[in-house]
Ligand binder design. Structure first.
Ligand code: B1M
Length: 213
């Protein structure tokens, strides 16, 4: 059993989408529980990607390729996970703030979060405060992620947090922010719960904020 899971983790790290999909199917055929395939294979491989990315041993293209392999595996596994009632670690709503069209970094964060076992509801780019608020009300996530890549749009994070307060939903969620111009100092100033400088750190920060470690 451990062997096929180890192979899944290795092929995911290598970004081999076809092999990951085939191995996930093989593991299912062998009768391994979908939850074990997720944690012992896919998430294990993605964790390794996160560690190497954080240490600058691999870069954005490798992470994107690994994430594609993760997706291929998840496509096979997802229906089985819902059948067996395996619950995600936590739910997150994420988006790039209003006026901002950059989504490469935000997508990386989404992928790493999914890779770590979170359910991610991705609202896309140019997301106004009302859309974040509506998504919180509809999906009841534990975490909201806001990404901003421009100095002109990072101020929107402050507006969003104000709007969350006014809508009476601020206490319902933890808010994590990130993006090239964003800093811990800015996060403290605007009242965000957490800041992460990169996608792998975002997973660690999310787990810390939600006490999932
Ligand atoms: Co734009 N752009 N861009 N751009 N662009 C930058 C950001 C810029 C720094 C380039 C420059 O001038 N040197 C500059 C911003 C300057 C500033 O504000 N200080 C800039 C500008 C000015 C603009 C336009 C205004 C240009 C124009 O039209 N005159 C325009 C704005 C459009 C708009 O948004 N309204 C614009 C447009 C574009 C494109 C559409 C062409 C394209 C975006 C395509 C896309 O995203 N689909 C683009 C790109 C690609 C860039 C650069 C080159 C690369 C950004 C990127 O994807 N980086 C960028 C210059 C640069 O960074 N070298 C630039 C890779 C990505 C993995 O990193 O997004 O930082 P990053 O994400 C990291 C972390 O920040 C963190 O984790 C990620 C992964 O490790 N992170 C989070 C991100 N979100 C997080 C959320 C979290 C936690 C961590 O929690 C929720």
């Amino acid at each position: 059993m451990a062997e096929v899971l180890e192979q899944i983790a290795q092929e995911l790290f290598a970004g081999n989408a076809k092999a990951v999909a085939e191995l996930v199917q093989k593991a299912l055929n062998e009768g391994i529980a979908p939850g074990d395939i997720l944690t012992g294979g896919l998430i294990k491989g993605m964790n390794e990607v996160g560690v190497k990315f954080k240490n600058n041993e691999i870069y954005v293209p490798e992470v994107l390729i690994a994430a594609r392999a993760m997706k291929a595996g998840m496509e096979i596994l997802k229906p089985k996970l819902s059948e067996t009632g395996v619950k995600p670690m936590a739910k997150m709503v994420i988006g790039t703030v209003k006026g901002d069209l950059h989504d490469i970094g935000k997508n990386l964060v989404s992928m790493m979060m999914e890779g770590a076992g979170f359910e991610v509801i991705d609202l896309g780019i140019d997301v106004p405060a009302e859309k974040f608020i509506q998504a919180v009300k509809e999906n009841d996530p534990q975490l909201v992620g806001m990404s901003a890549l421009l100095t002109t749009t990072m101020v929107q994070i402050r507006e969003n947090i104000k709007a969350f307060n006014e809508a009476g939903i601020r206490d319902r969620v933890k808010i994590m922010i990130g993006g090239a111009p964003v800093t811990q100092k800015f996060a403290d100033e605007v009242g965000a719960d957490g800041y992460a400088p990169d996608a792998a750190s975002a997973v660690d920060k999310a787990k810390e904020l939600l006490h999932l470690n």
